[in-house]
Design a binder for this molecule. Structure first.
Ligand code: ACO
Length: 330
């Protein structure tokens, strides 16, 4: 189509969620909390937890296989494996390389992207640019986390929030007007310590002391994260819509990162987006970070709710801080 900007679209999606479920009632037996507190403050009823043998790449691998199957593609048809995660199998090599080994996709380039819960949207933006510049034809983008293994199960202010899951999409250049219409991404490293994993890197290498102090677990100032998340998610969504030349009324589905139902509701209110357009599933998964947006997308697709031409607004905020939004035409 002459004069029409080429776009990049999702051709398939795969999701893997480990079978084991941890309910709020289970958590009541582990820390001083209640089902009522967790539901009211977070909207979460249950989350899925990986078993002892499962690392992040195992979840990513299963999601990737499902995305390949849905697209009727073989791994040879992919020319980049990109994994967004904050809970990698190992500091190096990348989780993407472990996934590559599992897929038997030897020599296809593979790397990780670290952008907290915003990693999936950052990954979409990176994949889009690589495809539009013809560096890659098809990108397998996976968002996967096993946050349960970096969660302090004695800290009630964080352990009720997170879950484990992976979601994968395959992206390629679109042949019509569907795909990514616009994007917006930002970061502010000056606020890094409000949500981070203090030890285990080169700043604070693992030692007997770091282990004793529990510094290998997620550290978060929940209140602060909350305030920034609402403001930045509104900013990202508004700016991405403006760049697409669209208004909030044009949006068919709003898919916010599922961090906390109150963050989602507050962002929706600030954007003045109708409630029925806001997709939520946090009550069943908790905060699964980079896996949350692909899971929402796949659930909408399976429910038959995605129609050609629908405008989808994806919006996320995470550690860094990082924040981003994408406007997408289905
Ligand atoms: N059960 C019972 N009480 C609890 C629990 C719990 N699980 N956790 C905290 N409390 C208590 C606190 O100790 C505090 O008690 P106090 O008043 O006696 O001191 C009280 O509840 C209120 O604590 P707050 O931290 O002020 O509670 P708040 O309403 O802010 O909710 C929460 C806490 C749920 C963590 C909220 O701040 C939040 O969701 N923040 C954003 C977190 C988030 O989304 N992080 C990830 C985003 S980015 C990413 O996805 C990586």
């Amino acid at each position: 189509m002459e004069g029409v900007r080429p776009t990049v679209k999702i051709i398939s999606c795969g999701v893997y969620v480990p079978p084991k479920i941890l309910t709020n009632a289970d958590l009541e037996k582990m820390v001083d909390t209640s089902d009522e507190w967790i539901i009211t403050r977070t909207g979460i009823r249950e989350r899925h937890i990986a078993d002892e043998s499962q690392a992040t790449s195992d979840l990513c691998l299963e999601a990737a296989r499902r995305a390949l199957e849905q697209a009727s593609l073989k791994v040879e048809d992919i020319d980049l494996i990109l994994v967004a995660t904050s809970s990698p199998d190992t500091l190096f090599p990348s989780t993407a390389c472990w996934v590559q080994k599992g897929l038997g996709a030897l020599e296809i380039p593979a790397f990780d992207l670290s952008a907290g819960c915003t990693g999936f949207l950052y990954g979409m933006i990176v994949a889009e640019s690589l495809i539009l510049t013809h560096v890659c034809r098809r990108v397998l983008l996976i968002g996967g986390e096993v946050l349960s293994k970096i969660t302090n199960w004695e800290d009630r202010s964080t352990c009720v929030l997170f879950g484990d899951a992976a979601g994968a999409v395959i992206l390629e250049e679109s042949q019509d007007d569907s795909g990514i219409l616009s994007s917006y991404w930002r970061a502010d490293g000056s606020l890094a310590e409000l949500l981070y994993l203090p030890a285990g890197g080169t700043r604070l290498p693992a030692s007997e002391e770091t282990v004793r102090k529990g510094l290998h677990y997620i550290s978060m100032k929940g209140n602060e994260v909350f305030k920034h998340a609402v403001r930045r998610m509104e900013e990202a969504a508004s700016e991405a819509l403006r760049r697409a030349g669209l208004n909030v009324e044009d949006v068919t589905h709003f898919i916010p990162h599922q961090a906390n139902i109150r963050i989602i509701e507050a962002t929706g209110e600030r954007l003045k987006i109708a409630n029925h357009k806001v997709y939520t599933n946090i009550e069943r998964y908790g905060n699964v970070s980079v896996a949350s947006i692909p899971i929402c997308l796949e659930e909408l697709r399976v429910q038959g709710k995605l129609k050609k031409g629908d405008i989808i607004l994806m919006d996320a905020f995470g550690a860094g801080f990082t924040w981003a939004a994408i406007v997408y035409r289905w």
